[in-house]
Design a protein around this ligand. Sequence first.
Ligand code: KIV
Ligand code: ZN
Length: 513
Amino acid sequence: MIERVREKASLPQRVRIFDTTLRDGEQTPGVSLTVEQKLTIAHQLDRLGVHVIEAGFPISSKGERQAVRRIARAGLDAEVCGLARVLKQDIEACIDCGVDMVHTFVSTSDIQREHTIKKSREEVLELVAEAVSYVREHGITCLFSAMDATRTELDYLLQVFRTAEEAGAGIMNIPDTVGVMVPPAMRLITSEVKRAIRAVVDVHCHNDFGLATANTLAAVEAGAEQVQVTVNGIGERAGNASLEQVVMSLTTIYGVETGIRTEHLYETSKLVERLTGIRMPPNYPVVGENAFSHESGIHTHGVLEKAETFEPGVMTPEMVGHRRRIVSGKHAGVHGVRAMLAEMGVHATEEQVREITARVKELGDKGKRVTDADLLAIAEAVVGEVAKQEKVVELEEFAVMTGNRVLPTASVRLRFRGRELRGAETGVGPVDAALRAVRSVLSEVEDIRLTEYHLEAITGGSDALAEVLVKLEDSRGNVAAGKAAREDIVNASVEAMISAINRIFLMRGIEKG
Ligand code: KIV
Ligand code: ZN
């Protein structure tokens, strides 16, 4: 079926990826990146192979100008672009940063013209001609956006684009600013714009109805040669078209080249997630934690025989730098549980596997999410010897200093796969300092996040036995719990943390050295 769509479409051979994570993505409510963070993301986008990095909106703040300047001077392969209204001072701020491309924009729809910029149609045409000419006089590539293009009367929109083209803009962007398009409409508007001008046609779709990716692909079907996207689809309101979804659909479904090194997609998504604080839902396509996870017995059985049975096939986890996971839960089957146990290094007989599967289902039936840590605990109960797991991380020693006039400080010495790691950290209290010290020492090898901490006094009195439960998550989304009971809360906390860390490494199947 898709072949018929491909034959009928006006697909270009190659599509340029214009990444606006650092501009529209940073406009996500609550997101604000430092200059260093923006630079880190820019380097990663360059590694990924995007054609253009929209680094920011230089006129908006001193920090933004500094970030755009640093990115423009970073010696990246990607072209670096700055955003500007159709105003000289905005364009000068971009030029001053040393960008390769200026992206200048103005509202063209009646609603935005009348209520925001308060300009007539003729005035807008004059502003477009002046701004584009000004950019071109400086010998810089000009990308022009007719903001709210998809709600602009078509004849006027085409007149705006022709004006921009005559003034020298080489790339014309059709923004679906408030995300109101549907794919057939996006195909139509793109074809009309392509017929009217010779410049490269670019699209910028917002996701208000969850159609940003579909609309972007529809525009490419109608001949758009450049697409504006963001990592993880972040951006104003419901976000922008997602880079991962658009790139993987273009390359694997449509057979259009993008030049993106797709094996870096997962790590790029994780980096942006960590630096922006915007977490992806597990079911997010391509890079979400469940994108290649299977729980139900029928699916895991199929996937273990041949992955394409319950995966797209044309897109594998390896292609995007992700991994396939078999997950336990009430839908689990013996095939999946056997594979998971093998991955964790647990040797169970067929009878034990059946027993473990039954217990996993029982837990799932009670409405519990069965984590990998739960599966290990069940396996431990059924098989017994799992407890004697080899330790990847061993605590050599730790010391904590606290008092009413000193900042609680902890120093830790660990052995990681035979290598000694040491370090110190401060915290709000001795437990916080100790756990921070363990994390900081290990950050050299893995970024571990403490997601839960519970403390319970089992007995009474100041020498009460305290039980600590910690839950950790690693950079790949593995979650593990660790428990320890001691009279000393700090000792119990560190012990529980080390136990959870070892579980995480066991799950990842890291070879012990
Ligand atoms: O959504 C939009 O219209 C924009 C423009 C600046 C292109 O982000
Ligand atoms: Zn936008």
